[in-house]
Design a protein around this ligand. Structure first.
Ligand SMILES: *Cc1c(COP(=O)(O)O)cnc(C)c1O
Length: 422
């Protein structure tokens, strides 16, 4: 595309944008004078949709009016509440309905998935992750290794970038697998890397892992609601993601979980149990022997927090109205525009470390500023830009197609241009 670097042009792109109306369905954080910030942190905490309050109020009112009977008599009966989220969530991540469930929080689900899909033996016990995995994921896999009495020092294999590079190479992964494939029990990769924004080829990694007899899982916290994950077709054994980043369901909200249908009904697959993965028909007969539910629902343990689920339902309704394909199309255009403006601004100290190829990234750009420290980020914040600083020298910015404008991107780059860079 032939983009232009001026405000009029950015405003024109917004005018032509068919999804532009969705911005008015979000609460935009403002400065003390009521002026909206330039919010680029949807990759960290998505904004509140204006319908969230009313969706939660329905549940508060049902609880007030009905008490325990809200489980069966509520407007959206609580006993089945997670089912109201299944279809919308399955569409966003590209899965079949019975492969998806919303439950717990992300790191908890990662452990539950590893209870099933990390089954080490004496000869095959290692775990492979990307070297710059999100800290919680790294701590989680290390603790699983220790739980099974393996030493993380020698049992964790890292897929690392080459010297002087930031992005990961598939040839290097193939090399690791050729050398260690028979020792690796589990491959667990962040589907979109939180730091570089690199979106991996999930199918390629799954196929490679399965070729060597490993199980393969993805943490899609930075992918869900951002890129077309196509989890079913990827062939991955499992995936997990949170709903408070691109899925806008509020701080600490619940996590989504995908289990490929080939595992939907395996009574011998190790997993934990509670009353919520027991047969729905007989759950309240109590005193029954455990009877495993089919599909991803069969990993639930507890009855879930309805108020958070109501916020997820509010958000999913907006995703459904916009549609993932249209969101991704706009997202690609926005991020391309962002990259164009940054490259038009010839500052040698700036380098976008996120891949250029649209198939290898979502909306996030990670901008490396050589020799910078956090003060540059603080100056941007003072100027009304909400972005995110990652040590040692990276600003992460995520223009989100549901509520960001091309104008936001233009203004952000203008501010960056006029900041003193030392
Ligand atoms: C955001 C994020 C988490 C956070 O985990 P919680 O259990 O929700 O606190 C974990 N992993 C990745 C890759 C993330 O992006």
């Amino acid at each position: 595309m032939n983009f232009q670097s001026n405000l009029e042009y950015a405003k024109q792109l917004d005018k032509l944008d068919q999804l532009g109306g969705f911005r008015s369905q979000f609460h935009l954080p403002t400065d003390q004078f009521g002026k909206p910030h330039l919010y680029f942190c949807g990759n960290s905490l998505g904004l509140q949709t204006k319908n969230t309050k009313s969706y939660i109020e329905i549940e508060l009112e049902d609880w007030a009016k009905l008490g325990v009977e809200g489980h069966t008599e509520g407007t959206f009966p609580w006993l089945h509440y997670h089912e109201f989220l299944t279809e919308g969530m399955a569409q966003i991540v590209g899965a079949k309905n019975h492969e998806v469930v919303v439950m717990n929080s992300l790191t908890v689900n990662l452990h539950l998935m590893m209870a099933s899909f990390y089954q080490p033996t004496k000869s095959r016990f290692k775990i492979l992750i990307e070297s710059d995995a999100f800290p919680s994921d790294k701590y989680a896999v290390e603790s699983q290794l220790r739980h099974h009495h393996f030493d993380p020092e020698s049992s964790l294999i890292l897929w690392s970038p080459r010297a002087g590079e930031e992005l990961l190479n598939y040839e290097d992964l193939e090399q690791i697998m050729a050398e260690h494939g028979e020792e690796i029990a589990l491959i667990m990769i962040g589907g979109v890397n939180y730091y570089t924004g690199q979106y991996f080829d999930l199918k390629r990694i799954s196929t490679l892992g399965h070729h060597y007899g490993c199980t393969v899982g993805f943490d899609c916290a930075h992918g869900a609601g951002n890129v077309a994950l196509n989890l079913h077709d990827s062939g991955a054994d499992f995936a997990i993601w949170c709903t408070y980043k691109y899925l806008n369901s509020g701080p600490g909200s619940l996590s989504g979980c995908f289990v490929h249908e080939r595992h939907a009904n395996k009574p011998n697959l190790n997993r934990f149990a509670g009353w919520w993965n027991h047969n729905k028909e007989t759950r309240f007969n109590m005193r029954q022997p455990f009877d495993q539910l089919y599909g991803a629902e069969g990993w639930q343990l507890s009855n879930p927090p309805i108020l958070s689920m109501a916020a997820i339902r509010a958000s999913l309704d907006i995703f459904k109205a916009a549609g993932m394909p249209a969101l991704i199309e706009k997202s690609n255009k926005m991020t391309d525009y962002f990259e164009f403006l940054l490259s038009d601004f010839k500052e040698d100290r700036l380098k976008v470390i996120t891949p250029k190829n649209q198939d290898e990234r979502g909306c996030q750009l990670s901008i490396q500023i050589k020799n910078a420290d956090k003060t540059i980020h603080e100056k941007l914040t003072q100027a009304g830009v909400i972005s995110d600083w990652r040590e040692p020298d990276v600003i992460r910015v995520a223009p989100v197609p549901l509520y960001n404008r091309f104008e936001d991107i233009y203004l952000m780059v203008e501010l960056l241009k006029h900041l003193p860079h030392d």
